[in-house]
Design a protein around this ligand. Sequence first.
Ligand code: PLP
Length: 395
Amino acid sequence: MSTSVSRSPRNFIAGALHELPRSGIRDFFDIVSSMSDVISLGVGEPGFDTPWHIREAAVFALEKGATGYTSNRGLLKLRGAISQYVARTFGLAYDPKEEILVTVGVSEALDLALRAIIDPGDEILYHEPCYVSYGPLIRLCHGVPVAIPTGADQSFRLTADAVRARLTPRSKALILNFPNNPTGAALSPQDLRDLAALAVEHDLLVITDEIYAELSYDDEPLSIASLPGMKERTIFLHGFSKAWAMTGFRIGYACSPPELSEAMMKVHQYTMLCAPILSQEAAVEALRTPESDIATMKSAYRTHRNFIHSALEEMGIPCCRPAGAFYAFPSIAGFGMGAKDFAVQLLQEERVAVVPGTAFGPSGEGFIRCSYATALDDIKTAMQRLNAFLQRHGR
Ligand code: PLP
């Protein structure tokens, strides 16, 4: 007969998870999904379907019986296509056999990169406001997240001085994501050179999340990995979700020096095994004509960006001009409401969903994220409703 006292389900859960907050975006969109007639500027998802020829490649592969595992690293033909694309677009040469790993989105690639490098107590620096997963993933690896606030006064750019001020002997890596979710900020070539010099001087690894690289409206993509001395200390992450509108395919990749790639491979082979074969086949097709697929969507996003930025400014809401990605991050600090209250009231009174800036870290207080990847007519209606809301609340 057992004498042990049984644990409640909650008590089985690891301590690191108790401390982890739920994603602020999820919480908010649980409310949105229970309402009707909402215009959503909330989700970080392209407003386009995946180009047909890419979907067709997945269908065709299925018809041909592509239903099995692939090699852990991913189909060699896909790694070859990635290698060529990254060389052409970013001027970076990665060996498809040893330096490229195909992953289940940039999400998995981020997790692999962090699991491959973090020993308990290692400090990982990143700019904030930022993509929701950086801090939690670092915590799950028993690392220490070191958020570096960026502000509207510097167009949400990360400066080398701001990083330097937070370095300690335990600093191991710096995560970068420019063009940025949620702010739309980009870094100048000089910003990148300064950060690269700092990384070399202080022996930091850089994990660069390039998921919005192609959606840069003013400049050609430039990755920190391509600067002198950086390729050997950078993990370059990219994927198909945004510029190719392939979020549901769950496909991305990590490029890095062979030792780091092998370390990530170890985690990948025991956890994911391989990325889904149909998504890999679709990605091969996506890289056959990347420039023309991206050009159509990017030109629409640019029009939306110009519209939403002018509309916000005309309403008297300060907003840095988004340089890339598909988000505007206006300041609502002048309205006497916190970001969450503002977003909830806007939703309830005007049926417009935006994400409170605090979902992207405490330094997002006073801001809301508006995605402009949605239809232009919806953006126009959303701006009229926002204007009505502001009039009512005294502006
Ligand atoms: N990184 C950033 C900055 C993102 O905004 C997102 C998704 O919104 C991801 C990574 C995750 O992308 P994926 O769909 O490739 O997992």
